[in-house]
Design a protein around this ligand. Structure first.
Ligand code: NAP
Length: 486
């Protein structure tokens, strides 16, 4: 494991949910691997008046919970030595003097400003950092999603942050890109010759991308109700996954070569505008039902949700890409809360054989499928037909599985571990460029506008199901079915 360059990581929002559940445990794990030098520092920052002891105790508790059985006292001591806390209110210019004192004399080392706060604080924090002379050539700023709520607000944040940091210093996180199976999908596509001839119209019948959550809005009701599934999930995670599937092979592994190709996909998405939106999208909202065998309330009864809210907790879309490679191949995307299972997967279904000479299952079960599962398990499975043992030539589907932890006998990196090490190294490959983000919003905004113009209300689905029946009809009209419905 290669040692990272010495860094100071200033974690704005260092007491928040994301920091405690994901970021600090990911850093702990990198300390456990010996990748973080003893003179690197992790500096939590938030408005709370916490002593160092209080902060360290909070972080310890969350690392114990989220690192689980791998937590040990020796690693914890090494991690705690690198940890500190400073009180900063992002809106108080004066509070940044304290940060200046902490960072003085460390101008040569890598400086990471990780903004794990609400997006309305991104620009003010960057502007305060600049006014206090804290932005060095070795600095990077990390922006968590959501980056604005539409194209205009996202452009405004990017403009203000871009006035202070160079584009190659800005790391816009989409943690789905850091997941091991997404990395492996790239390896599969661009490290082998096998798939390239099949990866196109004429060979691929259709593609499905599902990001299903079994949880409700939890503690995020206020944020979620202002956002909805389209902006919370499709604008970033689902479109990024679609780009990874649909992009052309980049000429090199250079970050911009990869990001150029993703941008081309976003620009080739057929716009969904006007009445077309009503036939190619489905909005849904969950009502009371069950989750893991227990009764759960509907979205409108969730604490913090207005009782007359029309925010969608589910969305399904049919997406088309106007390019030589993908013309005529539909991509079906769906995501939602309080669905039957926690499941994130990409399913590439290939065309049927032109003529069958054997006894085989019905077409839906006979097709070759490549399933890239991101959650709950990280694995890639290819379904092929094989002869069933015994007399006669009866074909049955079998799975060829690539189980990473089984094959490599090692723990795979969590997405945030990978992304944090890439940030310190300055590798931008897995981060969204400004023009990509802009292109994604440009495609998303007209969908919301059409929903508003035609007063498209969400269709109600029962919590614990796979969403509204209209989502099955959306894909069913083309003669296909979601994988869980086959
Ligand atoms: P959170 O639990 O509400 O935490 C927010 C953090 O920001 C707290 O540490 C809070 O501490 C601090 N903060 C609030 N106002 C501040 C101010 N004026 N100056 C300095 N610090 C301030 O939020 P979160 O869930 O961690 O999410 C953080 C960001 O990541 C959000 O943009 C969210 O959308 C995004 N995100 C979160 C998740 C997730 O799983 N949680 C996933 C993806 C993206 P004080 O109140 O003490 O200041």
């Amino acid at each position: 494991m290669q040692l990272l360059p010495t860094f100071d990581l200033i974690l704005f929002g260092g007491t928040g949910d994301l920091a405690m559940r994901k970021l600090l445990p990911a850093l702990y794990r990198r300390v456990a691997c010996g990748q973080i030098s003893s003179d690197s520092r992790i500096i939590g920052a938030a408005r709370g008046e916490l002593t160092l002891e209080e902060y360290v105790a909070q972080v310890r508790e969350s690392c114990q919970e989220h690192v689980g059985a791998e937590f040990d006292e020796a690693t914890w001591s090494a991690f705690a030595e690198r940890l500190s806390y400073t009180k900063i209110d992002a809106k108080q210019e004066g509070d940044f003097v304290r940060l200046s004192d902490i960072l003085r004399g460390r101008e040569e080392c890598v400086r990471v400003f990780f903004l794990s706060t609400a997006p309305d604080l991104f620009a003010p924090i960057c502007e305060h950092l600049a006014r206090h002379g804290l932005v060095t050539p070795q600095s990077r700023v990390v922006l968590e999603k959501p980056l604005g709520h539409d194209r205009a607000s996202s452009a405004e944040i990017n403009r203000r942050v871009g006035a202070i940091f160079e584009e190659q210093q800005i790391f816009r996180i989409d943690h789905y890109l850091g997941k091991e199976p997404v990395q492996n999908l790239l390896a599969l596509r661009f490290g082998n010759t096998l798939f390239e001839p099949l990866w196109r119209r004429g060979r691929v019948q259709h593609v499905q991308i599902t990001v299903a959550e079994d949880i409700g809005v939890e503690r995020r009701a206020d944020f979620y109700d202002r956002t909805g599934a389209l902006r919370d999930m499709v604008q970033n995670h689902l479109l990024q996954l679609l780009c990874i599937i649909a992009m052309e092979p980049p000429a090199t592994s250079d970050p911009d070569a990869m990001r150029d190709e993703k941008l081309k996909v976003l620009r080739a998405l057929r716009p969904l505008v006007g009445r077309d939106v009503l036939t190619k999208t489905v909005r849904g909202q969950y009502k009371a039902g069950a989750a893991k065998g227990q009764p759960v309330v509907g979205y409108l009864e969730e604490k913090g949700v207005p009782p007359d809210s029309t925010t969608e907790t589910f969305v399904a879309l049919k997406v088309e890409i106007d390019s030589w490679r993908w013309a005529g191949v539909p991509f079906y995307l769906r995501t939602g809360k309080r669905l039957q299972e926690r499941l994130s997967e990409i399913v590439v279904t290939f065309e049927d054989v032109p003529h069958s000479i054997y006894d085989r299952p019905d077409t839906a079960h006979a097709l070759n499928r490549l399933v890239i599962q991101l959650q709950p398990d990280e694995c890639i499975t290819m379904t092929v037909l094989a002869k069933s043992p015994g007399d006669g030539m009866h074909l049955k589907p079998v799975n060829l599985s690539l189980d990473f932890s089984e094959t490599f006998k090692t723990r795979t990196l969590d997405a945030y571990e990978r992304l944090l090490t890439d940030i310190v190294r300055g590798n931008l490959t897995l981060f969204m460029r400004r023009d990509e983000l802009d292109a994604a919003w440009q495609w998303i905004d007209p969908i919301r506008e059409a929903w508003q113009r035609y007063d498209e209300r969400p269709k109600i689905y029962t919590a614990g199901t796979w969403g509204p029946a209209a989502a099955s009809a959306l894909i069913g009209r083309d003669g296909f079915a979601w994988r869980n419905e086959i």
